[in-house]
Design a protein around this ligand. Structure first.
Ligand code: M6R
Length: 617
């Protein structure tokens, strides 16, 4: 996830771009840059300034250069292709034009090969640079520049596949910025004698409160006099602007009260980004080239060991299920902080997968290094490009969830599950343990997951009313079986870390071995009971709770009247493939934790005693 900005109007553009980028910095901050169209000379020229690291570095670089000009584009980067470096920072230039991009170009490898064959030289490792060269290639030297640029962009967009919010400036088209959108956000601001475009509303509120949201498949043009929108095939789009009345703090969180809530609602989009370019339905396979796995390597794996902490550990417990079921490889899950002090046995046949949102958790990193010393093959499954764990492992599988600001991990968890499922399916395919029709059904189930998540999120009001009813309870018990047991653990962790209520996650079948003694009419018991192979067994556990006057909040599949008949409250989820259900049952639990914490008045995004990245032992 990156942030982009574009401006044209009467102001000095460099400070405008920098100010907007500061407000977009939460979207990525490993490098930044801007391009200014200087029109003081007789022939307009583009100046590009880029810097690695936080925006202050860019601000310093700008103060050292003379950047007069009223039209420009800017970018703050969160690396997805190519490590954070000045060469990989945006804008990227080709001939007279420069572009900034937020998103991922899926078919960048084949396009790059074709451009190279035509003699194009690349300056960066990014997928974005391809778009700049394609635009340049298609830019006709004839006719009005704006028309030529628009036509070149149309041709380019027909060739690229993936997600993008793009902004283009060209030396031959002063006071003009061209934009395009597909899947990545882009909002246009309409001021007096000035227009701008940004990835998010907060970045433009200092200039105007009148905004227009660009839709997928649309192009837009910024001129000081106003904006013009049309579809890719040239149909004019007339859309009324909306007035935004948010306070600056609200605006930063995209209108949500907390980053955590924003990140919960971002999950369908985050999962789309995890999946992007990785499912090949035609060949019935997964595109995970970054791992360098082939049939021989996959068959040579004797054991898979996941190592992680906290929420990533809970995701890894599910990873074990996926690996065992689909790849038929013995698997185990270890806590980073435990395994390293146990004199563990790692061998050359082991594949060790270190799972970490931040990629910096010290216990996970140290355990990974220990496994490497014993000759194990290692993979980092992380959200942060070039993080310590990504660098330490033999290869990395990135989740592409975008920066997670709330201390309580949400979208990192569900995207980890998706990445683990994809990896397990590919291993199963390579080892011949997963029949092709079953694999294809699972690929389709993965594709449908973001839609099911959206449907589940739409029912957030139902979770809020359950939270209102139970938020003062001191103790909560979460029960789940099979694939739902890790989700019960995660639901309890989420609730305790942000609401400070005591919460325990338990395997439903273990309740009778102890925790059943806790049950009384005051304790809410959250039972995860989707329509899966363990349904009947879990139903018996639910009845055991009811028989002891326990209060049941069930998470069940839409239409389940049987559960409704015995539970105090039911939170429904749509019917999905069994492997996807844990992603979906997670949503009501995240929302419940959030609403309970908010009703209790805690500091949701920065709960007491916690840190987002734990780099101590
Ligand atoms: O960055 P990591 O995934 O390695 O972080 C691991 C834990 O510190 C993290 O999941 C922690 O448990 C979160 N606060 C959970 O919400």
């Amino acid at each position: 996830m990156c942030g982009i900005v574009a401006y044209t109007g009467p102001r000095d553009v460099a400070p405008v771009l920098l100010d907007a980028l500061r407000r977009l910095e939460y979207r990525g901050y490993d490098s930044a840059g801007l391009a200014v169209l200087q029109t003081e000379e007789s022939a307009p020229s583009l100046t590009i300034v880029r810097a690695v690291g936080k925006l202050d570095n860019l601000a310093q670089a700008i103060s050292a250069s003379d950047l007069p000009g009223q039209t420009g584009i800017g970018h703050t980067r969160w690396a997805t292709h190519g490590r954070p470096s000045e060469a990989n920072a945006h804008p990227h230039r080709s001939g007279p034009l420069a572009i900034v991009h937020n998103g991922i170009i899926e078919n960048h490898l084949e396009l790059k090969q074709a451009l190279r064959a035509e003699g194009v030289e690349f300056q960066s490792d990014t997928d974005t640079e391809i778009v700049a060269h394609l635009l340049h290639k298609h830019l006709s030297p004839h006719g009005p520049r704006e028309d030529a640029l628009r036509e070149a962009l149309r041709r380019t967009l027909r060739e690229i596949r993936g997600a993008y919010a793009l902004a283009v400036v060209c030396e031959q088209a002063p006071d003009f910025v061209l934009l395009a959108k597909n899947s990545s956000p882009l909002v246009l601001g309409i001021g007096r004698g000035e227009t701008l475009a940004t990835s998010d509303i907060p970045a433009l509120l200092s200039y105007t409160r009148d905004v227009v949201f660009l839709e997928d498949g649309e192009l837009a043009e910024l001129r000081p006099s106003g904006v013009h929108i049309e579809t890719l095939d040239g149909t004019l789009v007339q859309r009324r602007s909306r007035r935004i009345d948010w306070s600056p703090v609200q605006a930063e969180k995209g209108g949500y009260k907390h980053f955590m809530l924003k990140e919960i609602f971002e999950q369908p989009r985050a999962i789309e980004d995890t999946l992007r370019g990785r499912l090949d339905l035609e060949s019935g396979s997964l595109v995970l080239n970054e791992l360098g796995l082939d049939a021989e390597t996959a068959r040579g794996i004797s054991r898979i060991c996941f190592i992680a902490c906290g929420t990533s550990y809970h995701a890894s417990l599910l990873g074990r299920h996926y690996v065992e079921k689909y790849a038929r490889i013995p698997a185990q899950t270890e806590l980073g902080s435990e395994v390293r002090y146990r004199d563990p046995v790692f061998t050359k046949g082991d594949l060790v997968i270190a799972v970490s949102q931040s990629g910096e958790t010290l216990d996970t990193l140290a355990a990974l290094e220990e496994a490497k010393r014993h000759g194990a093959r290692t993979i980092a499954l992380t959200n942060v490009l070039e993080s310590a764990i990504a660098r330490a492992a033999d290869s990395a599988l990135y989740t592409h969830a975008g920066p997670e600001i709330g201390v309580a991990s949400t979208k990192a968890f569900t995207t980890q599950l998706v990445a683990m499922l994809m990896l397990s399916l590919e291993l199963g395919r390579l080892r011949g343990t997963l029949p092709a029709p079953e694999l294809l059904a699972l690929l389709h189930a993965l594709l449908e997951a973001p839609g099911s998540l959206r449907t589940t999120l739409e029912a957030h009001e139902a979770v809020l009313s359950v939270a209102r009813k139970w938020h003062q309870s001191q103790n909560f018990l979460f029960l789940g079986r099979g694939l739902e047991f890790p989700i019960a653990l995660e639901g309890a962790l989420k609730l305790k870390e942000i609401s400070y209520a005591h919460a325990e996650g338990y395997a439903a079948g273990e309740m009778k071995h102890g925790p059943i003694a806790l049950i009384d009419e005051k304790m809410p018991v959250i039972v995860l009971i989707p329509d899966d192979r363990t349904y009947e067994k879990t139903f018996s556990n639910l009845e055991e709770v009811r028989a002891r006057d326990g209060r049941v909040i069930a998470v069940a599949t839409e239409g389940d009247e049987r559960v409704k008949g015995v539970a105090d409250d039911v939170l429904y989820i749509p019917k999905v493939h069994e492997a996807i259900a844990p992603l979906i049952t997670t949503i009501p639990l995240q929302l419940l934790a959030y609403y309970v914490a908010d009703l209790r008045g805690t500091d949701v995004d920065q709960p007491r005693n916690l840190a987002k990245t734990v780099t101590v032992e």
